[in-house]
Design a protein around this ligand. Structure first.
Ligand code: C2O
Length: 342
């Protein structure tokens, strides 16, 4: 076995679910690939804060909106364009990419141990693009704090119509102040007990997932057929990650677009705050003194992303294990689920 790598040269049309409008997901071509170099190490860390907290900081909200507005107004073929960024996700999860060395095998970034690191890298570049568009290298994404009672609804910054942060394809019954239901199974039920049930789920999926295999998911190495959802995913990817996606998407759409389908999820700006919290859960899990996977196939698996200078960069999982080396950290918040044994 060997580490995975996507082959840009053979990137092709995605295999989309029924009812999805045809779309091309591959990034613009590039003749050169740069190897990743760490950002300058002596800068102050960017601090990702909870979305319900930044809502009170009008200067921050204005910056964030402006950054997304600028991203949406870039030329269509600019790899930093908002739709191009959404397509990054589509390409990496609908069989557009094949594995280097195995042209008949697809690369899928869900349902296995590459789920956390892929999304960490994806947000890393997206956040830097936003910062560079507004000339603010300290810009950090907000996280959707769904593991805490005051974050268990769609954050207000995403619900203002006509804002660049708004997206219309969301579940109309799940607008604030409707409480999140981490047990949601396409049916709305009385939500009065949700907070406690959600906290118990967090405890089970993060705190009790003690072994790396359990938390990250199954190995996925070059030469292997991708897993499907139930088989390969780690605990947190299944719940709450998947549930928050489908709970947020518009249930009247064929595939619960946008958030409820892989190919369209990142068309909703809320996606990146959802994933900022997924990313934070990885850091929190590490803070319980649990060690990342020690397997060179995982550590040397690589992805390709465009950076804020429109250069195509090759990154390896081993370089994303420490968020501080990547220049960011999370504002610490209480973890009310730590003592909530189900
Ligand atoms: Cu790549 Cu939340 O999924």
């Amino acid at each position: 076995a060997a580490p995975l790598a996507p082959d840009l040269k053979t990137c092709g049309p995605p295999t989309l679910p029924a009812g999805a409008k045809p779309t091309k997901c591959c990034p613009p071509p590039s003749t050169t690939i740069k190897d990743f170099v760490f950002p300058q190490q002596n800068l102050p860390l960017k601090i990702r804060k909870p979305a319900q907290l930044v809502a009170k900081d009008s200067e921050y909200v204005a910056k964030y909106k402006e950054a997304i507005r600028l991203m949406k107004s870039l030329p269509e073929d600019d790899p930093r364009n908002f739709t191009q960024q959404a397509n990054v996700h589509c390409a990496y999860c609908h069989n557009s990419y094949h594995q280097v060395g195995f042209p008949n095998l697809d690369l899928q970034v869900h349902f296995s141990w590459i789920f956390f690191p892929f999304h960490r890298w994806y947000l890393y570049f997206y956040e830097r693009m936003l910062g560079s568009l507004i000339n603010d290298p300290s810009f950090a994404l907000p996280y959707w704090n769904w593991d805490s009672p005051d974050g268990m609804e769609i954050p207000a910054i995403f619900t203002e119509r006509n804002s660049p942060l708004y997206n219309e394809l969301r579940n109309a019954n799940h607008q604030p102040p409707t409480l999140m239901d981490l047990n949601w199974n396409k049916k709305d039920v009385d939500s009065s007990g949700n907070v406690d049930a959600n906290l118990a789920i967090m405890y089970r999926q993060v705190y009790e997932a003690k072994r790396a295999r359990c938390f990250f998911g199954k190995p996925f190495r070059a030469g292997q057929e991708p897993y499907t959802v139930k088989v390969g995913s780690g605990t947190l990817e299944l719940v709450p990650h998947n549930v928050v996606h489908s709970w947020t998407g518009d249930i009247t759409q064929p595939n619960t677009e946008n958030m409820g389908a892989l190919y369209s999820a990142a068309r909703d700006p809320i996606f990146y705050s959802h994933h900022a919290n997924v990313d934070r859960m990885w850091s929190i899990w590490n803070s319980f003194n649990r060690k990342d996977i020690d397997d060179s196939d995982w550590l040397d698996s690589s992805f390709l992303f465009y950076d804020e200078n429109k250069d195509l960069v090759r990154v390896k999982i081993r370089d994303c294990l420490d968020t501080k080396k990547l220049g960011y950290d999370f504002l610490e918040q209480p973890l009310p689920w730590i003592n909530t044994k189900p």
